[in-house]
Design a protein around this ligand. Structure first.
Ligand code: NAD
Ligand code: ZN
Length: 366
């Protein structure tokens, strides 16, 4: 890979590198962790025609070492995991073998989950090909599949042995998927890195035009934040810092549930969730209205939604947020801002102010 930037997730014996660079064809040097290992690749039907050949060439692999699942969230199921496990057993991958996840968050979560249970757990490598996966899902070891009763309900913590993010793969990503990933990037700036937020304000156009250095810059800065937080709180225990990564997500999940997980992409729902979290923080006087307005303005400039879907009311939000996992002992806990780049998990927010935020947001769309 060219001009590779390297970070490390520090987790003792489970520590691993994140390499960020260009040109997937140079992958033979990009992860020494795979050398001499028996490898199997899992990818999806969209990524296969784009990047599989280059990967197979770089690692001298053949087609029979590849399993392709249909692209999309519908493949993140127990059933798909079972099919991949069947295939691994048929192809006699041994315990010292290693899986490679080539694709977006769906492939990373599915492959990581399979790796966590195949023969009681084998190694896996993440090659994320969406912006969301490069800045978020490929790092941190959360793996899993969905269940009819909800998203990500079946899973395991299983860290990869390395992550290789190739910014060139983003060139083929549909614009809407790129922007959904950008919402998570803005989230990182808002929750942990005010300078990243300012950098985004100044360099948004370079990101939208896929400038490779700018892409590498944001991926590195986001991964650095995630690596640090995961290093402090690998398993998201109680009110540990990992919960802060969910800034905007309680509102966002309500929107995703309301829209049935089909109309809005996750990142789009999170974008509006970030706007609401900033608004509520400003109503408490924890950040200024000017800071909240900057958050909304950046999200809008990125082409992301800043208001809930048409027809969604404050009542809908209250109902759907009541079901959220951040409800502990009957009290809703929200991640809010005490400053730009300074998020806190708060259970002492004012219910009246939350109602004001929801009423104002829903008024703008009805
Ligand atoms: P995805 O994997 O479905 O990818 C989005 C779409 O882009 C798919 O159609 C895919 O085929 C296509 N695609 C992927 N790379 C491409 C490329 N380079 N060029 C063209 N098309 C490409 O979705 P995602 O947004 O990457 O990930 C979402 C998933 O990640 C969800 O299941 C979510 O639950 C999970 N997630 C996990 C974590 C975690 O910590 N494990 C964190 C956030 C999200
Ligand atoms: Zn998210």
């Amino acid at each position: 890979m060219n001009n590779t930037r390297i970070l490390k997730v520090e987790l003792g014996a489970r520590s691993y590198p994140i390499r960020i660079g260009r040109s997937i064809a140079g992958l033979d040097t990009a992860f020494p962790e795979s050398a001499g290992r028996s490898l199997r690749v899992v990818t999806d039907s969209n990524v296969e025609p784009l990047y599989l050949e280059a990967l197979l060439g770089a690692l001298s692999l053949t087609r029979d070492q590849v399993y392709v699942v249909p692209a999309g969230e519908a493949s993140k199921t127990w059933d798909s995991a079972g099919k991949v496990l069947d295939w691994l057993l048929e192809s006699r991958l041994s315990r010292d073998g290693c899986l490679i996840a080539l694709g977006g968050g769906v492939i990373g979560d599915l492959t990581g989950f399979v790796a966590s249970i195949y023969q009681r757990g084998i190694d896996f490598i993440q090659i994320p090909t969406t912006l969301l996966a490069q800045v978020d899902s490929s790092v941190g070891g959360k793996t899993g599949v969905n269940h009819a009763r909800g998203k990500n309900l079946i899973g395991a913590f299983h860290q990869p042995i390395s992550v290789v993010a190739d910014t060139d793969t983003l060139a083929t990503l549909p614009k809407r998927e790129l922007l959904a990933g950008l919402a998570e990037v803005i989230k990182y700036g808002m929750l942990a890195d005010g300078l990243l937020f300012e950098w985004l304000e100044s360099n948004l156009d370079r990101i939208l035009s896929l400038n490779p250095n700018s892409l590498a810059e944001i991926i590195e800065r986001c991964c650095a934040i995630k690596a640090r937080i995961v290093g402090l709180d690998e398993r998201e225990t109680g009110s540990g810092p990992r919960a802060l990564l969910n800034l905007g997500h309680t509102f966002g999940h309500a929107i995703e549930t309301y829209t049935g997980y089909t109309e809005w992409l996750h990142g789009e729902a999170v974008a509006t969730g970030l706007v609401l979290a900033a608004d509520l923080s400003a109503r408490h006087g924890w950040i200024t209205e000017a800071v909240a307005a900057r958050c909304t303005a950046l999200i809008a400039r990125a082409g992301l939604p800043v208001a809930p879907p048409k027809g969604m009311t404050a009542e809908h939000f209250r109902d759907l947020m009541g079901l959220d996992k951040k409800v502990k002992a009957g009290k809703l806990r929200l991640i809010l801002l005490r400053g730009l780049g300074d998020a806190v998990l708060s259970s002492d927010f004012e219910q009246d102010l939350l109602d004001e935020t929801l009423a104002a947001a829903c008024r703008t769309t009805s």
